[in-house]
Design a protein around this ligand. Structure first.
Ligand code: ADP
Ligand code: MG
Length: 329
C-alpha cells in the first residue's frame, strides 16, 4: 500500500500540448506499480488500439515483475541457481539486453541486484537499514556475469543472484508499445509509464516538437526546472528523491551501488536521458546516477551504438547537459 501511495507522487514529468480543436483520446491505468498514460489522436479504432496497448502492458508486467511472486521472473529467480531454466522469448530478450547494458556500464546498471534490492526493501513496508554483515553477504559475487544464457535457458552460478529488471522494464515496455502503435499506423502519441516518457511524431495536430518538463527535485509536481523540446524519442529520469526513507537524519534512496551495497552517494540528484530507445534511456539513467557526472560524460562520448543525450541535476540545484539545443529557452 505504501508503495502505491508513494508512486502517486512519482509521475514527475508532464506534457504540455495544445490540440488546436482536434481531439485526442487518453487512458490512464495503474499498472507496473505506477500510473501509465497513453494518448493518441481520436479515430474509429483509437479505443481498440488503447485496449491492445494496456493488455500488452498487463501481459508484460506479469512476465517482468520482481515484486509479484507469480511472475515469470520471480519463478525463474527461485529455480535458476539449481537448474538452467527455459524462459519465454519476451523475458529472454530483456535479460539479454539487460546483460549487454550491464557489461557496457561495467555493472553500474546491475540486473543481478535482486537480493540487495529486497534486503533494503526501499519503497515497501519492510524498508530498513540492513546490518553491514547482511549487506556484505548480499554483494558477494554479485555480477551480471553470473547470469548465464544458453539458447533460451537461463541459469545463475550462485545462490546470491536474483534478477531485478526494475531499472529497465518500464523503458522496454514503452519500446514495445511504440512498436505496436507504429504497426497500427498511429503517427503521433504520448506515452508516460510513471515518468518513463516517449513522444511519437510531432505534437498532436501540429508541426511542433513535444515539450517535456523535468521536475525540480524535492519540489511539488508542478514546479519545472527545465523544459525539453523533442520528438520521436524517449526521455527517462532517475532521481534519488523518488523513493527513499529517512533514518537518523540520513536519506536512503532506491538506486543502489552493487559494488558497495549502499544507496549511491555523489553530487547528482537526478539524471534524465534522451534516447530513441526507451530501454536504453531507462537503464542508462540509473547507470549514470551510479557512475556520477564525469564517468557518464566519458561513457556518452564513447558510446557509438545509440545517440544519447542527458541532463544532470546536481545537489546545489545547478545542471549540466550534453546538448543545450534540446532545452527550451
Ligand atoms: P524508477 O523505476 O523508480 O523510475 P529506476 O529506473 O532508476 O527508477 O530503477 C530503480 C529500480 O531498479 C530500483 O527500485 C531497483 O529495483 C532497481 N535498481 C536499484 N539500483 C540498481 C542498479 N544499480 N542497477 C540496476 N537496477 C537497480
Ligand atoms: Mg532506470
Amino acid at each position: 500500500m505504501k508503495f502505491f501511495l508513494k508512486n502517486i507522487f512519482f509521475v514527475f514529468c508532464c506534457f504540455t500540448f495544445f490540440s488546436c480543436g482536434k481531439e485526442t483520446v487518453s487512458r490512464t491505468e495503474f499498472l507496473i506499480g505506477t500510473f501509465c498514460t497513453i494518448k493518441i489522436p481520436k479515430s474509429k479504432s483509437a479505443d481498440f488500439i488503447l485496449d491492445e496497448c494496456f493488455e500488452k502492458i498487463k501481459t508484460l508486467e506479469y512476465i517482468f515483475s520482481a515484486n509479484d511472486f507469480n511472475s515469470e521472473l520471480s519463478k525463474l529467480n527461485e529455480v535458476a541457481f539449481k537448474k538452467p531454466t527455459e524462459v519465454s522469448n519476451e523475458l529472454l530478450d530483456l535479460i539479454i539486453l539487460a546483460k549487454k547494458i550491464a557489461e557496457k556500464t561495467d555493472g553500474a546498471f546491475e540486473p543481478a541486484i535482486g537480493n540487495l534490492v529486497k534486503l533494503w526493501g526501499i519503497g515497501f513496508e519492510n524498508e530498513n537499514l540492513p546490518s553491514e554483515v547482511k549487506i556484505k553477504k548480499a554483494i558477494e559475487d554479485l555480477s551480471y556475469k553470473n547470469i548465464l544464457i544458453d539458447g533460451n535457458k537461463i541459469s545463475f552460478t550462485n545462490e546470491n543472484i536474483k534478477i531485478d529488471l526494475g531499472a529497465i522494464a518500464k523503458g522496454h515496455i514503452t519500446d514495445l508499445i511504440v512498436k505496436l502503435l507504429k504497426e497500427k499506423k498511429v503517427e503521433s502519441a504520448s506515452i508516460n509509464l510513471g515518468g518513463n516518457i516517449y513522444v511519437l511524431g510531432k505534437k498532436f495536430f501540429t508541426d511542433d516538437n513535444w515539450r517535456i518538463g523535468l521536475r525540480k527535485p524535492y519540489e511539488d509536481l508542478n514546479s519545472y526546472e527545465l523544459v525539453l523540446s523533442v520528438n520521436n524519442t524517449s526521455v527517462v529520469t532517475s532521481g534519488i528523491y523518488e523513493r527513499y526513507f529517512e533514518k537518523d537524519g540520513t536519506k536512503y534512496h532506491h538506486i543502489l551501488d552493487s559494488k558497495t551495497g549502499y544507496p549511491v552517494r555523489n553530487n547528482l540528484v537526478s539524471v534524465s536521458v534522451v534516447c530513441e530507445s526507451s530501454a536504453y534511456a531507462d537503464a542508462l539513467a540509473t547507470a549514470f546516477l551510479v557512475m556520477g557526472y564525469e564517468k557518464s560524460i566519458h561513457f556518452i562520448k564513447n558510446f557509438s551504438e545509440k545517440k544519447i543525450d542527458a541532463v544532470f541535476i546536481f545537489s546545489d540545484n545547478s545542471y549540466k547537459t550534453t546538448n543545450k539545443s534540446l532545452l527550451v529557452k
